[in-house]
Design a protein around this ligand. Structure first.
Ligand SMILES: [Zn+2]
Length: 367
């Protein structure tokens, strides 16, 4: 008989206590705070997740500068370290630095490496890294959009260069925003498929469109599925019609989820109208796909998601889906907002994207 799956959760007290924004609201509006992780851990503890025998607690691996250096310029690493050593302040309009930023951002890379490595090495079947600051915007040469170091890119490069892992990896990014940092690393890489679902980026503005398909050997493997604002639970899954056949055709050994939860209806940054049941269903669907493609190897890496009330429910929903247990949404999510269908817009996007992708994916060709 098949063994019940084991799910690793990367969790470290520092993520729940360090690197709080250095200035109060409304002087400086940042939602990237230790309370994000604190609220998740408190809720999961109340739900008895950590005493479940199928849940395995994972510790971040220690990350030295030499590991950061695999993915980032020395200048960027030095800037963050020196700024952190000096105390606190603003790196730009969005990004704050405290005395803990450098060490915590390194630990976020270490937590992500651990989550991915544990799945690859079969210590657990799936994993979730409850790390912060997030990483998917961070570029090789600079911090960007709340992200200091690129947790996922750094981990993949670490896996390749330090552990000799050169297999195909798919990244599915469901954060409200395009992970432009991840794009920068793997735009010409034929062994990393990046599929992002995101809103128009109101900060960067000119990125994340459907015709950004990758380049060189990586052409066709950078896939942007932009979605309209205020997307609902009912309409979120349209992208799966493209993602499913592409994932099956790409046939990766591992699927990493850039797990942002800022399309949640109560998120202060994103504009989506999703509730936690959608993250539950998304995880169910992806788990079934992964079981057919890559022995269920999934690693969820926390990116955005800033509703202190909603985020714990979203993470809990993901865990319940991975456990293959039932999940019930909290009552406060059943708000029944007035709602205007976005289906026509989504169909247009899906149709146009499908036409562009048929050149690279034969599984899309017949439709
Ligand atoms: Zn985001």
């Amino acid at each position: 008989m098949k063994q019940p799956s084991r799910i690793g959760i990367v969790n470290d007290e520092d993520f729940a206590s360090k690197n709080a924004p250095p200035y109060p609201h409304p002087i400086f509006l940042s939602y990237e705070s230790p309370l994000r992780i604190k609220s998740i851990i408190n809720f999961l503890t109340k739900q008895k997740i950590f005493i479940n025998e199928r849940i395995v607690k994972l510790e971040p691996v220690t990350v030295e500068d030499s590991i950061l250096n695999l993915a980032h310029t020395k200048y960027h690493i030095d800037t963050i370290r020196n700024f952190s050593n000096r105390g606190y302040g603003l790196l730009n309009d969005e990004i704050f630095i405290t005395k803990d930023t450098y060490n915590l951002a390194k630990k976020a890379v270490g937590g992500t490496i651990q989550a991915i490595r544990s799945v690859v090495e079969n210590d657990v079947n799936q994993s979730i890294a409850l790390v912060r600051p997030p990483g998917h915007h961070a570029l090789q040469e600079s911090a960007s959009g709340l992200c200091i170091f690129n947790n996922i890119a750094n981990s993949i490069i670490y896996m390749r260069k330090k552990l000799g892992y050169h297999k195909k990896i798919a990244i599915v990014d469901i954060d409200a925003h395009l992970g432009d940092g991840i794009v920068q690393y793997f735009y010409d890489d034929p062994n990393v498929l990046y599929f992002s679902v995101h809103e128009f980026d109101f900060v960067e503005g000119d990125i994340g469109f459907i015709d950004e398909l990758g380049e060189g050997e990586g052409i066709g493997k950078n896939i942007n599925f932009p979605i309209p604002l205020n997307i609902s639970d009912a309409e979120f899954f349209e992208f799966m019609d493209l993602l499913e056949p592409i994932l099956i055709e790409f046939n990766p050994e591992l699927i990493i989820i850039a797990a942002g939860f800022d399309l949640y209806f109560a998120d202060p940054i994103g504009n989506g109208m999703l509730t936690s049941i959608t993250y539950y269903k998304f995880t169910e669907k992806l788990l079934t796909l992964a079981e057919n493609i890559c022995e269920g190897k999934l690693a969820f890496i926390l990116e955005g998601g800033y509703s202190l009330i909603g985020l714990p429910h979203c993470i809990y929903a993901v865990i319940k889906a991975l456990l293959r247990e039932d999940y019930e949404s909290p009552l406060f999510e059943q708000l029944d907002f007035p709602y205007e269908s976005k289906r026509e817009d989504i169909y247009k996007i899906k149709k146009s994207l499908r036409i562009l992708l048929t050149e690279y994916w034969s599984s899309l060709g017949s439709k």
